[in-house]
Ligand binder design. Structure first.
Ligand code: MTE
Ligand code: MO
Length: 380
């Protein structure tokens, strides 16, 4: 039983499947900017490899001519400058359950809004490793199109070479998560972090990188992580569809707090907002792929008739671009609230989110990003 050596997990994770382990970050932790390692969501397609010895673990880099260069963990740490980035990972299935409820049945784990988390990752630039291995990173030959990644248990995926070599793309080979060695569930001892891209490309338990003229041939590159039109049915043309790479705009409401008239004087929330009457404080996250900054978060307290802009909480984030989610909040007097709250976010390219689930339905429920609609009483 390959699952028998899986690590123990925190009891507050919301488990969607146990073999393999797929578990959401608990809703309360979605309100924290940096997700603690033990409640960072877990998405495993297979088992966690048996404990890998970091003393003997190596990373192989296979070049176009078939030559291989190999690095020990120690060499990676000593030979290259470390880089720390703050980056959100989001599964392409995050909020799939919202699409199922808002449109119709989708295939796959029925994630609510917790298949997303944010951490500080430390490692070395993939660009620097490739340059050291002999790749002309500033003048990449035409034929080199993809960087493929292989995980120790058999998972694999790839990214376009441009993202791998972009100095400001911040693709790193990480060995630390929030200042600690990577936990086993998150790739110990080495994983790729491809910030701004779908988390499926951030391969865990990394042991090999292959430069190639084609994408990874894994099912996770060629089949699973693709998106389709609402009409394309269950047997779409997989080869014709593009692999998911950069993520679209996303947002969700993670908390509604009722501040009763009796609490106006004593509650901290009431003071922070200067509330003068009975109110509801709405909080959540917003995120955009590609390093595109979230520039606005619109909240409706009345199912779309009126809107107001939430306060986006400032955060220190490390890295060349906006790789991490933003937390936001806004309070409404109860008399302005009518049945449903809605949220939609806008990124710096003025991309935003679709207002209907039918319009971006796909049978795999990938990239669900329709406006999150939550009943004022708390259910969605
Ligand atoms: N890497 C390996 N080796 N095996 C996996 O199953 N899952 C991918 C990606 N990398 C996966 C992997 C997917 S689909 C996601 S969403 C992220 O890892 C989840 O990362 P996390 O478990 O650290 O949150
Ligand atoms: Mo995923």
């Amino acid at each position: 039983d390959p699952f028998s050596t899986d690590p123990d997990r925190h009891e507050s994770l919301i488990v969607r499947s146990s073999r393999p382990c797929n578990a959401e970050t608990p809703t309360t932790a979605l309100g924290t900017y940096i997700t603690p390692n033990e409640v960072f969501y877990v998405r495993n397609h297979l088992w966690v490899p048996e404990i890998i010895n970091p003393e003997t673990h190596t990373l192989k880099v296979e070049l176009m001519d078939g030559d291989e260069v190999e690095y020990t963990m120690d060499e990676l740490r000593k030979k290259f400058n470390p880089l720390t980035i703050t980056a959100t990972l989001q599964c392409s299935g995050n909020r799939r359950a919202h699409m199922t409820r808002g449109s119709r049945q989708t295939n796959g784990l029925q994630w609510e809004m917790g298949a997303i988390s944010n951490a500080e990752w430390t490692g070395v630039r993939l660009r620097d490793i490739l340059a050291d291995a002999g790749v002309h990173v500033d003048d990449i030959p035409e034929g080199v199109k993809h960087a493929q990644f292989m995980g120790a248990e058999a998972y694999g995926a790839s990214i376009p070479i441009e993202k791998a070599i972009d100095r400001r793309g911040d693709t790193i080979i990480a060995y630390e998560m929030n200042g600690a060695p990577l936990p086993r569930d998150h790739g110990f001892p080495l994983r790729v972090v491809v910030p701004g891209h779908v988390a499926a490309r951030s391969v865990k338990w990394l042991n090999k990188i292959i430069l190639s003229d084609e994408e990874s041939t894994s099912q996770w590159q060629r089949r699973d992580y693709k998106c389709f039109g609402p009409n394309e049915g269950k047997n779409p043309n997989w080869d014709a569809a593009a692999s998911i790479q950069e993520m679209p705009v996303q947002s969700a409401i993670t908390s509604l707090k009722h501040v009763g008239a009796d609490k106006l004087n004593d509650s901290k929330l009431a003071r922070v907002y200067g509330l003068e009457e009975e109110s509801i404080v709405v909080e959540g996250y917003a995120f955009a792929g590609g390093g595109r900054r979230i520039v606005r978060v619109d909240i409706s307290p009345d199912d779309g008739r009126s809107w107001q802009q939430a306060e986006i909480l400032p955060q220190d984030e490390k890295g060349s671009k906006a790789w991490s989610w933003k937390q936001w909040r806004l309070a409404f007097p109860v008399r302005d609230v009518n049945q449903y709250f809605l949220v939609k976010a806008v990124d710096e390219s003025y991309n935003t989110q679709p207002d209907s689930f039918d319009a971006h339905y796909n049978f795999r429920g990938n990239l669900t990003s329709g406006w999150h609609r939550v009943s004022a009483t708390g259910s969605d």
